[in-house]
Design a protein around this ligand. Sequence first.
Ligand code: PMP
Length: 375
Amino acid sequence: MIYLDNAATTKVCDEAAAAITACLQGNYGNPSSLHKMGIEAEKIIDNARKIIGAALACEPECIFFTSGATESNNLAIFGATGVYGRRKRKIVTTSIEHPSVSECMKRLEEDGFEVIRISPNSDGEISADDFADVVDENTCLVSIMLVNNENGYIVPVGRIFKDVKRKNPEIITHCDAVQGFMKIPFKSKELNADLISISGHKIYSAKGVGAIYVKKGIRLKPVCYGGGQEKGLRSGTESVPLIAGFGATVERLKGTLDFRLNKAKELREYFLNRVDKLDDISLNFKEDNLPYIINVSVKGIRSEIMLHFLEEKGIYVSSGSACSKGARSNVLKEFGLSDELIDSSIRISTSFENTFEDMEELINAIAEARQRFNY
Ligand code: PMP
């Protein structure tokens, strides 16, 4: 089996699996309980909070655990507009966001907010100037992703947020950093973000856990009310096992970023050198995009056909975004791709465990598919 769908989700690493199992059957106390087992569980959470805070170069108190980035994004957007959007009714975002942001925006439009979506320009870049032009004193929130999940485009979020804050320091800045966290180097301060969403299962931890960074002094209206866990921001008994696993993953990945980034670049390079020999393959990304994501179109072969052909050979990739379940991707259209290219696009996303042999098999399989489908 060759798994090349790591932007959709990843295999849980040994360290995370061990931490999760230890909590499932050993340290299974409720962190709200006052006895020793409860205190132990609380310590486990605090430890993970410290590790994740360190990875974002912020204080642990700024980290709040959630069920994943979808929840973090919802909490950031509805939470911030709930506090800061009563009188200021304008939000600025991009047209290339993940549905866990773009669907929130649609909902806020129904509630009377004006949502402005900045599209990539003719060079395929999200321009800081476009943001600076539209934010004003009536803007309460700017929400931008760090790395696009479909083509790996890295948005210059730090620069955009800096300009936004310069124009109006009261605007709340939110970054969906899911595809960038532990994959490219960044610190919370460098992003100039008030809120940052991250997720565990994209970085070798379990599904169902994520976090939100909330800068000191920023208030959010909770989305979920109850027992007041996570300082009242996110009620509900904490998933101690998954949080422990999340912490263990981040600790495991510490100091390996350069290695993983280089590995991804080498794998992409290998793929590109080999794919060069095949005609009619279009590369839907640029050199400086996140190297873990390789989005290509094999002209004349629809994505689903190619995906299932590769699957028969034990190779797993995605068609466009894993979240869009076969629907034509709006995001790639925003980057100027034709319908024909979008309909034949596949997303190959590597992990540090993939090898050149994996790439070789993938290329051979793509070449075979082109023959099989008589192209
Ligand atoms: N944002 C981006 C950019 C993503 O790629 C994803 C996962 N597809 C999410 C948000 C949602 O994350 P989760 O699965 O943790 O809810």
